[in-house]
Design a protein around this ligand. Structure first.
Ligand SMILES: [Ca+2]
Ligand SMILES: [Ca+2]
Ligand SMILES: [Ca+2]
Ligand SMILES: [Ca+2]
Ligand SMILES: [Zn+2]
Length: 435
C-alpha cells in the first residue's frame, strides 16, 4: 500500500515535470512559428494599399494590383499548400479561395473578391506563386482589389474565419514570388506579323517590352513598360499611322477576356475591349486591307477563326470559319500573297509543317505547305526584307540563348537572315514595325 502510494507520487511528479516542460516549450515555440511557411506577396505586379491591417475593423490588407492596367490582374498563392474553393459569397467575400499551408501548423491564407471562380479545384495542391485567380470586385467590395489575410493557429480548415488574423506584412519572408513561364495557367502566344523583332518579358512588378530596330543581335532600341506578368503580348498598327504599337490579351480580366491596346510608342493611354474566351489564341491582322490592324481569335476547341474588322465591335466581322486541327495546331498570320490584307495559317507541331492559306476561309491551302523549324520553336512571321510579303520564322529558345531564324520565302529551306540572338529564353517573341 505504502509502496504503491510512493510510486504514484513519483509518477505524478514525472507527469508534472513533463507538462511543465511541454508548456514552456509551447510558450517558447508556439505552433504557428515552429514551421513558418515561406510567404510572398500574393501577386506579381506593382501595387498600392487601399486599406491596411486594422482589426477588428479590417482583418487583412486591401491591395490594388498593377498600374496602369487595372483591374483583373493575376493573384498568386502566397505559399505552397492546399486550396479550398469557397462558395460564392454575394454580400461578403465574393469569389474567394482559402489555403492551408505547412500541413498541420494552422497557417491559412485567404484571397477575397476574385473576379470569377478560383482556378484551383477544391483540395488541389498549389505551389507558391501559382496563379489562383484574378483581382476583382465581387461580393462586398467598392472597387477592384484583393483583400488578403494571413491567419495562424487555425484548428479547422473551412471557408470561415479560422485562426487568428495577423498582419500579412509581418508574415512575408520573400517578396515578390519568383516567376516562371509555368506560373501562368494559360501559356498562350499570339500571332501577328511585323518586320522587326521584339520580346515581352514578364517580370514581377516590371513587365517590359524590348524592341529592336534591326534584324540583328544587339541591345533593345526601345523598352516599354506595358502589361502584366500573365498577359499575352501582340502588336499592330491600330490607327493606320505606319507604326506598330503594343497590346496585351488578358484571358481572365475583370470584365472578361480583355484586350488592352495602345496607339503610343510608350504604351500610354490604352483602350480596353472585351472579346473572345480565355482559352482563345489572339490573332492580329489587317483582315480587310484598309491599313488598320484589328483583333481576332483562333479557338482551339473547334479551330474556328473569329476575325474582327473593328477593335470595339463585331460590326463587319469576317464570317467565322474553321481552319486547322482543333487542339493541335498553332495559328499563324501574315500577308502571304502581298496584296495588303493579312492571311491565316497554322503550324502543325507534330512535324513543324506550315499550312498557309491566303483565302481566309475554310479549305485546303494550295501550295503553301512545307516544313520549317523544330520542336519547341515559337513561330514568328513578318516582312523581314520589306517586299510587302510576310514570311516565316521561328524564335528558338530551347537552348541557352533566344535565337531568331527568319526566312524570306514561304517554303522549306534555311534561314535567309543570319541567325541572331535577341531576348532571353523566358521571353515571349513578337514582331512589329516599331519605327
Ligand atoms: Ca500606329
Ligand atoms: Ca483592317
Ligand atoms: Ca493577303
Ligand atoms: Ca518580305
Ligand atoms: Zn479588405
Amino acid at each position: 500500500m505504502g509502496k504503491l502510494r510512493a510510486r504514484t507520487i513519483w509518477l505524478w511528479g514525472i507527469i508534472a515535470v513533463a507538462v511543465a516542460f511541454l508548456m514552456a516549450l509551447s510558450r517558447a515555440y508556439p505552433a504557428s512559428a515552429a514551421i513558418q511557411p515561406i510567404y510572398s506577396l500574393p501577386f506579381y505586379d506593382s501595387f498600392s494599399v487601399s486599406q491596411g491591417f486594422n482589426p477588428p475593423s479590417h482583418y487583412g490588407i486591401d491591395y490594388n494590383i498593377g498600374a496602369p492596367l487595372t483591374p483583373g490582374e493575376a493573384v498568386a498563392a502566397a505559399a505552397s499548400g492546399i486550396a479550398k474553393r469557397c462558395p460564392f459569397d454575394l454580400y461578403g467575400a465574393g469569389y474567394y479561395l482559402v489555403m492551408s499551408h505547412t500541413n498541420g501548423t494552422g497557417h491559412r491564407t485567404r484571397y477575397l473578391h476574385l473576379n470569377g471562380e478560383p482556378i484551383p479545384i477544391d483540395g488541389a495542391n498549389v505551389v507558391r506563386g501559382q496563379v489562383i485567380g484574378n483581382e476583382g470586385s465581387t461580393g462586398d467590395a467598392s472597387g477592384p482589389h484583393l483583400h488578403f489575410e494571413t491567419r495562424v493557429d487555425a484548428t479547422t480548415f473551412t471557408c470561415g474565419f479560422d485562426g487568428t488574423a495577423v498582419d500579412p506584412n509581418l508574415e512575408y519572408t520573400t517578396n515578390p514570388p519568383s516567376y516562371s513561364a509555368s506560373t501562368c495557367y494559360y501559356p498562350l502566344n499570339s500571332a501577328n506579323a511585323g518586320n522587326l523583332p521584339g520580346v515581352f518579358r514578364p517580370q514581377p512588378a516590371s513587365t517590359t517590352w524590348y524592341e529592336r530596330f534591326s534584324n540583328s543581335a544587339g541591345d533593345a532600341n526601345r523598352s516599354v513598360a506595358f502589361g502584366s506578368t500573365c498577359d499575352v503580348p501582340f502588336v499592330g498598327d491600330w490607327n493606320h499611322d505606319g507604326v506598330d504599337t503594343v497590346g496585351v490579351f488578358r484571358p481572365y480580366g475583370a470584365t472578361g477576356s480583355e484586350w488592352y491596346i495602345s496607339n503610343n510608342i510608350d504604351g500610354s493611354n490604352s483602350a480596353v475591349y472585351v472579346f473572345g474566351l480565355p482559352t482563345d489564341w489572339p490573332v492580329i491582322g489587317d483582315w480587310n486591307g484598309d491599313g488598320f490592324t484589328t483583333i481576332g481569335v483562333w479557338r482551339p476547341s473547334t479551330a474556328t477563326w473569329y476575325l474582327r474588322n473593328a477593335n470595339n465591335s463585331d460590326v463587319g466581322m469576317v464570317t467565322p470559319f474553321s481552319y486547322g486541327i482543333p487542339n493541335t495546331d498553332k495559328p499563324v498570320v501574315g500577308d502571304w500573297d502581298a496584296d495588303g490584307d493579312t492571311n491565316i495559317g497554322v503550324l502543325r507541331p507534330s512535324d513543324y509543317t506550315w499550312w498557309l492559306n491566303a483565302l481566309n476561309q475554310n479549305g485546303p491551302p494550295t501550295t503553301l505547305v512545307f516544313q520549317y523549324g523544330a520542336a519547341g520553336d515559337t513561330p514568328i512571321t513578318g516582312d523581314w526584307n520589306y517586299d510587302n510579303r510576310d514570311t516565316i520564322g521561328v524564335f528558338r529558345a530551347t537552348g541557352l540563348t533566344a535565337d531568331w531564324y527568319l526566312r524570306n520565302t514561304n517554303n522549306a529551306g534555311g534561314q535567309d537572315i543570319p541567325v541572331f540572338t535577341f531576348g532571353v529564353i523566358s521571353d515571349k517573341p513578337v514582331s512589329g514595325d516599331w519605327n
